[in-house]
Design a protein around this ligand. Structure first.
Ligand code: 5CU
Length: 365
């Protein structure tokens, strides 16, 4: 879906740099990479719900996961001018505390160097040494200012281990606000396996990916709202994966539950100074367009505004199941959703496809 006016920018596109793949190959518990004989092919096993003895165990992992040249080929095939790449889940969440600082530096330097190989085409969201403690994390945020291609950071929903409403995260959020680095919030842990029931192995990855991921994001951001993070750090900027999970659809209900909560009232949290969910959606939150349908995308556009939506692909995830077709259906479905929500060539489509990303992430070279 090529339109004139501004470049097409993919802000939701992942890599596992070669050094990260090496780390995973040395592991035996999730996240790990290994083969399952008799098949010699390697599989990437990352999700808590997928480490089971079935064809659901991970996914085949080929060069598209780690070779930056494959990213460029994919971009060319799908008319994507610029990609803002990010380390894929589960990032450095599992790295022992003593190794976190060096691991983050190595990965961020490696990703920045990959971007430098294709000037103007690649930028990146950095990864934080979350297990290293506040000082180490803030030092890395400071260091990111020296890396030419970094435009924000990618973050999972667990933060320092207690979720994103943890008061200990406030200095980190303030450091990101001061550095003008938006958070790309991405799910990984889903919901507890018990909610998927005894037959969940029969259903592949559908339940954790289609429902676990979006609900995880919705819960994480709602907890931040309830903890008043967006008043304490008023200019914090977040880009939410998968169009905010279900946040645009549930915003009214969340807002109404807050307004009718006697406990919050007794605590003095319902005064005129309170920022509503709707206000936060329009001031602090951007939403990607990785929602695969115009109904969800229209809700996202209405909730946050047309000027806050950004196209994404989720590459290298969701490849065609068979036949190396030229174009990926998962990508074209997201292009279609933008076209159907706003009309081909419209200003709304131009903004969603790249105009917003170029402006917000300062991608002009
Ligand atoms: O297919 C998957 O498991 C995933 C994943 O783990 N992370 C992601 O960003 N998209 C899809």
């Amino acid at each position: 879906m090529k339109t004139s006016g501004s470049p097409i920018v993919d802000i939701h596109t992942h890599v596992y740099p070669p050094s990260y793949i090496s780390l995973l190959k040395a592991r035996t518990s999730i996240p790990y990479v290994r083969s399952f004989p008799p098949s010699p092919s390697l599989r990437l096993v990352i999700l808590p719900a997928e480490d089971t003895e079935s064809t659901s165990r991970g996914r085949p992992v080929g060069a598209e996961y780690y070779d930056i040249n494959e990213k460029i080929k994919f971009m060319d095939t799908h008319d994507i001018d610029i990609s803002v790449i990010s380390l894929a889940n589960p990032w450095l969440d599992w790295v022992p505390s003593s190794e976190a600082s060096q691991a983050a530096k190595d990965i961020n330097d490696e990703v920045d160097a990959e971007c430098a190989k294709f000037p103007g085409r690649l930028f990146a969201f950095a990864t934080l040494p979350l297990s290293g403690g506040t000082e180490v994390i803030i030092a890395e945020i400071e260091r990111l200012k020296t890396l030419k291609y970094m435009r924000g950071i990618i973050l999972g929903t667990t933060g320092l281990g207690k979720g994103l409403d943890d008061p200990e995260l406030i200095p980190i959020f303030k450091a990101l606000q001061a550095a003008n680095l938006p958070i790309f919030l991405h799910p990984h842990y889903g919901l507890p396996s018990s909610v998927w029931g005894e037959r969940s192995n029969d259903y592949g990855h559908v339940l954790p990916l289609a429902l676990g991921f979006p609900l995880e994001t919705t819960i994480a951001v709602t907890r931040m709202i309830l903890a008043d993070v967006f008043s304490t750090v008023p200019d914090l900027q977040m880009i939410l994966a998968h169009s905010g999970g279900t946040l645009p659809f549930l915003a009214g209900r969340i807002e109404s539950c807050i307004e009718h909560d006697a406990h919050l009232q007794a605590e003095g949290k319902l005064g005129a100074q309170r920022k509503t969910v709707w206000e936060i959606l329009k001031k602090n939150i951007y939403l990607d367009a990785v929602i695969y349908g115009d109904v969800g995308l229209k809700a996202a556009m209405q909730a946050s505004g047309e000027d806050r939506i950004m196209f994404g692909t989720d590459h290298p995830f969701f490849p065609p199941l068979e036949g190396e077709g030229q174009r990926w259906k998962s990508v074209d479905t997201n292009y279609e959703a933008i076209k159907n929500a706003r009309g081909e060539g419209s200003e709304g489509a131009r903004l969603a496809l790249g105009g917003n990303a170029v402006r917000v992430l300062n991608l002009s070279t």
